[in-house]
Design a protein around this ligand. Structure first.
Ligand SMILES: Nc1ncnc2c1ncn2[C@@H]1O[C@H](COP(=O)(O)OP(=O)(O)O)[C@@H](O)[C@H]1O
Ligand SMILES: [Mg+2]
Length: 256
């Protein structure tokens, strides 16, 4: 049996143990009829669970048809990437062409007769977001490993304009403290300074136990966290033998 709780960095495990409160805070805030926040910055040291937490929030919202969730990379032109990604969604491409939004200047979509192609990415996104607004849809953008580079600054400055125009656009970005701090200290990106920060909290013992019990089909009453000094409990399983050890971060399962 493969370990469903893989600890490879950057790889989201098959089993996500919920940080239910923090996930609900973000999803409820974003999904509110008049959201009080349109951006959250997820910070913390390497391995603290930023990527997994962000993925969990994105997956939760993506289950709702009203949400369009796009993941962007800071290594590329974020704005151009976003325009292209949105236009590659079939249903959206149709609405964009119906609204006669000409994105041909960016090498996206087709030339619309009788209109000038849009040459400014902020304008293009504004027009596209108006279409989403009309359809009662919201756009969530997620950016992992956010750093203070030219792509990110250009993106954040456009995002700021779109939010000011009351468009249905939301941002989740995850990064190391120092990178998020450097970005929010940019004079032109003051909105980031006010953006609430989330630090993924340690996984709760109860959450872990509930997830182990479900994943391995073990009776919950048999799952009790042990201290490192007590002998490990071995529970024979059909194809896997494992025991619990309690470390500083909680309980971990070791596969034998
Ligand atoms: N909610 C979670 N459920 C299960 N495993 C998790 C969870 N959060 C973090 N992990 C484990 O910790 C590892 C590191 O988490 P990750 O989100 O990649 O950290 P970061 O992005 O902060 O560097 C993941 O690969 C995963 O194994
Ligand atoms: Mg990460």
């Amino acid at each position: 049996m493969n370990n469903p709780y893989t600890t490879l960095f950057g790889k989201v495990p098959m089993q996500i143990i919920p940080r239910a409160q923090q996930t609900a805070l973000v999803t409820n805030t974003f999904a509110a009829s008049s959201p009080s926040q349109q951006v959250y910055a997820i910070t913390g040291v390497r391995g603290s669970g930023k990527t997994v937490f962000m993925t969990d929030v994105c997956q939760t919202l993506a289950q709702d048809r009203r949400w369009i969730v796009e993941e962007l990379s800071v290594e590329q032109d974020l704005l151009q990437g976003l325009v292209a990604k949105l236009n590659s969604r079939k249903a959206l491409a149709r609405l964009i062409s119906e609204a006669e939004i000409d994105l041909s200047f960016f090498g996206v979509g087709v030339r619309v007769k009788g209109t000038q192609p849009i040459v400014d990415l902020t304008v293009a996104l504004e027009r596209m977001l108006r279409v989403l607004e009309r359809e009662h849809k919201r756009l969530l953008i997620s950016i992992d490993e956010a750093v203070n580079n030219a792509h990110m600054r250009a993106f954040a400055s456009t995002f700021q304009i779109l939010v000011r125009k009351d468009l249905p656009v939301f941002l989740l970005m995850a990064g190391l403290y120092e990178n998020i701090e450097s970005l929010q200290n940019e004079k032109t990106l003051t909105f980031l300074y006010r953006a609430p920060k989330i630090r993924p909290e340690p996984l709760g013992i109860r959450s872990i136990a509930a997830n182990y019990s479900q994943t391995f089909g073990i009776d919950r009453t048999r799952l009790s966290p042990r201290t490192a000094s007590s002998p490990p409990t071995r529970i024979p399983m059909p194809s896997v033998r494992f025991f619990f050890v309690r470390g500083p971060a909680g309980v971990s399962v070791q596969f034998k």
